[in-house]
Design a protein around this ligand. Structure first.
Ligand code: ZN
Length: 259
């Protein structure tokens, strides 16, 4: 049996990462992990989160924050972003920065087990993975499907969980799955053979869909099923750490609003 936990946009929030990985390994019996990038930025534990992901020895792709921390463009940032970025860079060792610099932009992942379907991972989109475009509706998603050669592709970047579906002619958003995720805290997707899916797994460390709980996905390769799931975590602890570190208080406040 192979169940892969697919996590994205951790953003140095170790409280959220710990809660999600505990849920994945202990409740959901995941055996593998794939990470869609933005490990660092915004929150108070960049080094701890980098080390945690590294020791998993799992497939990881680069996010825009992972790219920026290696080569910061301070002149393009507002004061708050610059302050947070400078702080993050100071927390990371040269070795951790070099590891982030070496990450690829997209990868094919083959879960263990005979006959398991491989899937693709990318932080933003497959058509322009280095442009960091935001996919916010089905029109945006259509360009991705031209470059998607696996049935499933998982991405992040917007911090908003969504499922886009391609029937061979049109791209559409799966509003029913979105509704189930809001109402129940989880939503299952059974892919239709011949169709393709571009799945935004939401954010572990800084959700922005007005639900402050961490979000991630699970791919069960035996059942060929995707599960999207919300996980409560110690938000007060993460907020306290942000303020203790001297990072902007807005970064703490937004966690409890989930925006
Ligand atoms: Zn992000």
């Amino acid at each position: 049996m192979s169940r892969t936990a697919i996590i994205s946009d951790i953003h140095s929030n170790y409280h959220a990462l710990y809660a999600v990985m505990s849920d994945a390994f202990e409740q959901e019996h995941c055996t593998e992990v794939a990470c869609l990038g933005d490990i660092v930025g915004y929150n108070a534990y960049p080094g701890t989160c980098v080390d945690y992901i590294r020791q998993l020895n799992c497939p990881v792709v680069k996010g825009n924050h992972d790219a920026e921390v290696v080569a910061p463009m301070y002149e393009k940032m507002n004061d708050m972003a610059r302050e947070a970025m400078e702080w993050t860079v100071r927390q990371l060792t040269d070795e951790q920065l070099q590891w982030l610099a070496r990450l690829q932009y997209q990868r094919i992942v083959r879960p263990t087990g005979t006959g398991a379907n491989s899937f693709t991972i990318v932080h933003s989109t497959l058509d322009q993975p280095k442009a960091w475009n935001y996919i916010i509706n089905a029109n945006d998603a259509a360009g991705n499907f031209n470059k998607q050669f696996s049935q499933l592709c998982f991405h992040g970047h917007t911090h908003i969980p969504k499922i886009y579906h391609w029937d061979g002619r049109h791209a559409e958003e799966d509003y029913e799955a979105k509704h189930r995720l809001v109402m129940n805290g989880y939503a299952e997707l059974q892919p239709i053979p011949g169709h393709k899916y571009f799945v935004n797994v939401g954010s572990v460390g800084q959700p922005r869909d007005n639900d402050p709980r961490a979000c991630y996905a699970i791919f069960d390769s035996d059942a060929n099923m995707v599960l999207m799931k919300r996980v409560p975590y110690d938000i007060a602890g993460a907020q306290h750490a942000i303020l203790e570190a001297g990072l902007p208080s807005f970064l703490a406040e937004r966690l409890e609003r989930g925006c």
